[in-house]
Write a protein that binds this ligand. Structure first.
Ligand code: UP5
Ligand code: MG
Length: 203
């Protein structure tokens, strides 16, 4: 990939901050392709014959970060598949625009992605309190079927977020790439603010 062919926006924020919800809005209005690292890992976990299934299951339940080789490869495959499908890579003037949701959440992943794929144009960071995120996740847990939407896993996810993933946001902050949105409010309000801020950067 070259930064001329693709625009990558990383979408970060704690567990339940609303990354997936806001990405769905952005896809509708701006024609991004949405790739959630968590969704890709869950799909790989279900894929018959996957050599990583058991490991992914274990990591997700415990709120730990799956080794980066697996995740970066899944993202890269998904980007290539999307560019092939739409012909965006081939047609001059039409470029891939990707929202990469929930990644990178560890510094080594950030560096690896920059080396193997391309640097991100910006980082959208949804800032939300643990109290609010916990309420959202417990509520979703009633119906989501996600193995990590329970009090015990949520506690572990928060811990990983604070200890391992926030340093990634700080790293991008030093590059001036972070756009921080208050995600404590209603989905509609969060989205309005997101649009305003995004248009400021992407034009
Ligand atoms: N909701 C959303 N916005 C709301 C709002 N403004 N007000 C009220 N409610 C709101 O939203 C969560 C819930 O809240 C939903 O019910 C929604 O309706 C409601 P969602 O949009 O799904 O939030 P999101 O931030 O996407 O939450 P998610 O649970 O997906 O975040 P995580 O970051 O925890 O999950 P992810 O799927 O990214 O990762 C899961 C695990 O995969 C990780 O813990 C890790 O083990 C593994 N992983 C890796 O190892 N490596 C990676 O690179 C990525 C993941
Ligand atoms: Mg999500």
């Amino acid at each position: 990939f070259s930064a001329d062919d693709v625009t990558v926006v990383f979408v970060l924020g704690g567990p339940g901050a609303g990354k997936g919800t806001q990405c769905a809005n952005l896809v509708k209005d701006y024609g991004f392709t949405h790739l959630s690292a968590g969704d890709l890992l869950r799909a790989e976990q279900e894929r018959p014959g996957s050599q990583f299934g058991e490991m992914i299951k274990d990591y997700i339940k415990n709120g730990l970060i799956v080794p980066m080789e697996v995740t970066v490869q899944l993202l890269e495959n998904a980007m290539v598949a999307d560019l092939d499908k739409t012909g965006k890579g081939a047609i001059a003037g039409r470029k891939g625009k990707f929202l990469i949701d929930g990644f990178p959440r560890k510094l080594d992943q950030a560096h690896k992605f920059e080396d193997a794929v391309c640097p991100a144009k910006m980082v959208l960071f949804f800032d939300c309190s643990e109290k609010e995120m916990e309420a959202r996740l417990l509520n979703r847990g009633k119906t989501s079927g996600r193995s990590d939407d329970n009090a015990d896993s949520i506690r572990k996810r928060f811990r990983t977020f604070v200890e391992t993933s926030m340093p990634v946001v700080d790293y991008f902050e030093t590059q001036g790439k972070v756009v921080k949105v208050n995600a404590e409010r209603s989905p509609v309000e969060v989205y309005k603010d997101t649009q305003k801020r995004l248009e400021g950067v992407l034009g």
